[in-house]
Ligand binder design. Structure first.
Ligand code: NAD
Ligand code: TDX
Length: 328
């Protein structure tokens, strides 16, 4: 099998390539990645073919899709704070890029798996007993989540109108190695390594449904192998935790007092809570998460950032300069 992985130099895509080498060594992997600020060649294991190019470039995409049996589409602009600062790259990559990929898959009759997010469903109240299901109406809040929602709708339309063989997954917040230091957990770990206090947006009551990146990527493989074409699968591991508790756990694991953090300005339009009901994935396809213990997963992630300072150090100053400009 020849598989094209878009965004394979980013956090989840690179972990997907690494997992694939481990669990499906016979699969031939090609990565298409623009190597934006979020892409890092050092995240891709040796021996994997990397094509540096734009998923919105029809010519590049057509040639790669023609040679692939399956496409897994991770490439995206992925950070909410950036989308509030400058939305255009999100429209370009998430909407136009997905469109070009869909057209190439249509021309060549290629199977596509589209990787998306739970943020397309908007947010939930803290005391709402509900979780997101595949029937929850789309209600995105930010330029990031609205462009991801738009890309999902394009995929659905290409399935229905053109018979494209595609599946979609919407996953909750991922953590693990190789995540950019702009994101919540790596930002606080690397701040603490640098002797800087963690920064909590607003009161820190917002809840995210954390899943280890390998559990996400194993679910993607499960959907590729057993998922029904045209279906949407929600991926989540029942990992709801509020941001303040995440920061306090990191502080404790790294040997600091539980109140050694600071509150900073809140994110505009900040979604309150995400929560995934993954019953369909669990019952129809038999997937189960392997990382049940979030605290242990955080400890392993801290160890990874401590051991891999060469990987994140070059990103840190520019990231914090951007946050200083945004007042966060
Ligand atoms: P990331 O920002 O770490 O990586 C994105 C990758 O895409 C980078 O390597 C970047 O260089 C590449 N890229 C950006 N624009 C491109 C373009 N025009 N052409 C080719 N490559 C381009 O993101 P991530 O956290 O790894 O997220 C991967 C996917 O998973 C995204 O589609 C995201 O919406 C989705 N997702 C992420 C999470 C999460 O918690 N991080 C949760 C659910 C879904
Ligand atoms: O310094 C911070 N302090 C803080 O309190 C940062 C960077 C974030 N936060 C808060 C905001 C969120 O409530 O932490 C939470 C997580 O923030 P992010 O890491 O920016 O993730 P989020 O906005 O929840 O989106 C993530 O999950 C869904 C990914 O970035 C998306 O790509 C994915 O679709």
């Amino acid at each position: 099998m020849r598989i094209l992985v878009t965004g394979g130099a980013g956090f989840i895509g690179a972990n997907f390539v690494r997992l694939t080498r481990e669990v499906r060594p016979e699969v031939q992997v090609t990565v298409l990645d623009l190597l934006t600020y979020a892409g890092n060649v050092d995240s891709i294991p040796e021996g994997v073919e990397l094509v540096t190019g734009d998923v919105a470039d029809a010519g590049v995409v057509d040639a790669l899709v023609r040679d692939a049996d399956v496409v897994v589409h991770f490439a995206a602009e992925s950070h909410n704070d950036n989308s509030l600062d400058d939305p255009w790259p999100f429209v370009h990559t998430n909407i136009v890029g997905t469109f070009q990929l869909l057209e190439a898959c249509r021309r060549h009759g290629t199977r596509l798996h589209h990787v998306s997010t739970d943020e397309v469903y908007g947010d939930l109240e803290l005391d709402d007993p509900a979780k997101f299901t595949p029937d929850t109406p789309y209600n995105p809040s930010s330029p990031y989540s609205s462009t991801k929602a738009g890309s999902d709708l394009l995929v659905r339309a290409w399935v229905r109108s053109f018979g494209l063989e595609a599946t979609i997954s919407n996953c909750s917040n991922n953590y693990g190695p190789f995540q950019h230091v702009e994101k919540f957990i790596p930002r606080q770990i690397t701040n603490l390594i640098d002797g800087v206090r963690p920064k909590l947006y607003g009161a820190g009551l917002n809840v995210r449904d954390w899943i280890h990146v390998d559990d996400h990527n194993r679910a993607v493989w499960t959907i590729l192998e057993h998922g029904r074409v045209g279906e949407t699968y929600l991926i989540g591991a029942d990992g709801e935790v509020d941001n303040k508790t995440v920061v306090q756990t990191l502080l404790e694991l790294m040997g600091h007092a539980a109140d050694d953090f600071e509150h900073v300005a809140d994110r505009p339009g900040h979604d309150m809570r995400y929560a995934i009901d993954a019953t369909k994935l669990r019952e129809e396809l038999g997937w189960q998460p392997q990382y049940g213990d979030f605290r242990a997963g955080l400890a392993a992630t801290i160890d990874w950032y401590r051991a891999n300072e060469d990987w994140w150090r070059p990103l840190k100053d520019a990231t914090e300069a951007k946050y200083a400009r945004l007042g966060r």
